[in-house]
Design a protein around this ligand. Structure first.
Ligand code: ADP
Length: 282
């Protein structure tokens, strides 16, 4: 079924029960859940690392100012940095453009036992590049119509299928903000001396393509949401909502892997006892 972003909430009051509880109460509970999840995520990640079977790839996409950086900072704050890598992807370099579009992401994938976070990802190659097709360079000639983009979605699905079959858990989040909220956040950046550095004129330029971006997102979400790697459309007009939901989904998913710490065999236990005896007799 085709995703229509207009049908998805960006705010906090998604249903009657939430509305009835009121914003302050919902926020308070959300902050508690976030805190609980942070602690649980830290131990889930230890187990992921110790059991060394799966890796987790978290993909964050969203319009400019949607809150990707803040989400990473707040959700992952309790996790051991040794087992967690963040990659932010910018405009591709010449070297990257001399390879197929998946190359640079392939090289940045998390190792077994690790959590990898992609702040923007190969989805940019069917989003910003679809909105600005002149950025498609060094490719064999041909039309850049529906068939071309469908082939890219197909490549992405095949790439993800390969990763999943080999032990990568993929969690894909689209941070859904409204056009009004983006305006507010851009203005905030201009008004606050400490946020000014975050303001980029190109964000204003890209805002003019809001509708085209939303269409590109709708197509990408529709074509690449699969059973094993569905997209989560996260209401993101309130940062606390987005962070709580994302932390909860990541924690629950890792816990569902039902991992256990490696067990030690009888022979190894005997060796450990022997090591202890030797140290004591020193
Ligand atoms: P961010 O906005 O994520 O904080 P930047 O201001 O450096 O970071 O923006 C990164 C820019 O790189 C974005 O405008 C994004 O559209 C662009 N970009 C990322 N990936 C690609 C890609 N594959 N092709 C073209 N542009 C890309």
């Amino acid at each position: 079924m085709k995703v229509r972003l207009g049908e998805y909430y960006t705010g906090w009051a998604q249903n009657d029960a939430l509305k009835e509880a009121g914003k302050e109460a919902v926020k308070e509970r959300a902050m508690e859940i976030l805190e609980e999840n942070r602690a649980q995520l830290a131990s889930a990640q230890e187990l992921l690392w110790a059991s060394n079977i799966y890796s987790v790839l978290i993909i964050l996409q969203g319009m400019d100012t949607a809150g990707k950086d803040g989400t990473i900072k707040h959700v992952m704050s309790g996790v051991n940095p040794q087992g967690c890598k963040v990659h932010s992807f910018r405009v591709p370099t010449d070297e990257e453009l001399d390879h197929t579009f998946l190359w640079r992401y392939w090289r940045a994938l998390p190792n077994r036992g690790e959590i990898g976070i992609f702040n923007r990802s190969y989805y940019e190659d069917v989003l910003v590049v679809k909105v600005h097709p002149e950025r498609l360079v060094n490719l064999p000639p041909g039309k850049r119509g529906k068939k071309f983009w469908n082939a890219r979605y197909e490549d992405i699905n095949a790439f993800e299928r390969h990763l999943i079959r080999n032990g990568t858990v993929i969690l894909k989040f689209y941070l859904h903000i409204s056009e009004d909220e983006q305006k507010k956040r851009l203005l905030d950046r201009l008004e606050d001396a400490e946020k000014l550095w975050k303001f980029s004129l190109s964000d204003l330029e890209e805002r003019k393509f809001w509708g085209t971006y939303q269409e590109a997102y709708e197509d990408a979400l529709t074509m690449t949401s699969t059973e094993e790697a569905p997209w989560y459309i996260i209401p993101a007009d309130h940062k606390w909502v987005a962070r709580t939901l994302i932390a909860d989904i990541i924690t629950t998913r890792i816990q569902s892997l039902d991992l256990a710490y490696p067990t030690v065999s009888g022979e190894a236990i005997a060796q450990l006892k022997d090591a202890r005896r030797q140290l004591e007799e020193e």
